[in-house]
Design a protein around this ligand. Sequence first.
Ligand SMILES: Cc1cc2nc3c(=O)[nH]c(=O)nc-3n(C[C@H](O)[C@H](O)[C@H](O)COP(=O)(O)OP(=O)(O)OC[C@H]3O[C@@H](n4cnc5c(N)ncnc54)[C@H](O)[C@@H]3O)c2cc1C
Length: 393
Amino acid sequence: MSPSYDVIVLGLGGMGSAAAHHLAARGARVLGLEKFGPVHQRGSSHGGSRITRQSYFEDPAYVPLLLRSYELYDRLERDTGRTVATLCGGVMLGRPDSRTVAGSLLSARTWDLPHEMLDAEEIRRRFPTLTPAADEVALYEARAGLVRPENTVAAQLQLATRGGAELRFQEPVTRWETLPGGRGVRVHTPEDTYTAGQLVICPGAWAPGLLADLGVPFTIERQVMYWFAPDGGTAPYTPARHPVYIWEDAAGVQIYGFPAIDGPGGGAKVAFFRKGTVCTPETIERTVHDDEVRAMADQVGRLLPGLPGRFLKAATCMYSNTPDEHFVITRHPAHPDAVTVACGFSGHGFKFVPVVGEILADLALTGETGHPIELFDPGRLTAAPAPAHGGAR
Ligand SMILES: Cc1cc2nc3c(=O)[nH]c(=O)nc-3n(C[C@H](O)[C@H](O)[C@H](O)COP(=O)(O)OP(=O)(O)OC[C@H]3O[C@@H](n4cnc5c(N)ncnc54)[C@H](O)[C@@H]3O)c2cc1C
């Protein structure tokens, strides 16, 4: 039997690589176990870019976590020399009463975040790539922008290793159990069996199988990202001129997009926010069909006259949705002394990756965290109330 560890981290995607880094930085003996290779394309943390923003339309409760996440993204960049964030500005666009606009404004006002409200004419003047309808407005946030999932995961894996973590790839966890008498956990893989005081589970889209006993009805959703080469070239679409945007149309459909960050040949990425099809990691259709490309092209052409231009490529990715689209971050209700879980990020988790790593390290090492995570208690989603949290080790 292999030597034992302070903490085993299951899954080294966005959240797991962050947890491994923060745990190792605090001096814990960490083993990370990942089903696939480092920085792979089969989960939820790939595709080159993710929107980050602070005026959070989903709920003002996320804002303190975002402020901390921004600090930690900065630190990640400094500590590794990798580019992980580009704050090119962002517009949250739609009718004034849309969730995108009204919700963003609520967060900005609640937390006194720097922002500007722009009418349609002002949006067109400042950002000629965008042509909103006359009755649409936007909340503009200069500190919004994009983070890079692959660079972020690579940076966190690098720092985890630098901190002494042992990371094992192509080694899936097949089962685990807690040991009697509060002696921690035993974790099985096809290669070996490991023991540790604590287990941190960051399973992404594999949550329904790995965390069935949480009782949370997760829905795994296939999402498609599309890259188009704008008519007339990418120059007007560079980060200096073209912001990230989330646009909600009159029917409530949200699309979002990015500047062209991969040079003249790379195009600009756009996608529907939600509106995916239900799948599992085993059954997800990885081929993107012509009718899907056409639907995206139609929608994007309504807001961005230079797009769709020429279709370049598409890729699939998975959302792990909870019924209310808020996260699940908690001590495992059935194993509160030894197991911590982070899942159900519902298509908006990447901007939080570093702060989630910090929270998971807090929970695994001390049983509690100073960060506000009440919203993420799974008890809100399960029929029976969850047992009390945070039992000390
Ligand atoms: C198309 C798309 C667009 C998105 N856009 C945004 C955005 O603009 N802004 C934003 O903030 N968020 C966005 N998100 C959401 C964000 O990317 C996710 O919330 C985040 O990546 C989830 O990270 P994770 O660690 O939970 O999952 P993952 O990164 O998938 O990590 C889970 C890991 O667990 C591993 N694993 C599973 N089972 C096992 C096992 N048995 N043993 C060992 N390892 C295992 C998997 O292989 C995987 O590596 C988007 C997601 C998608 C798909």
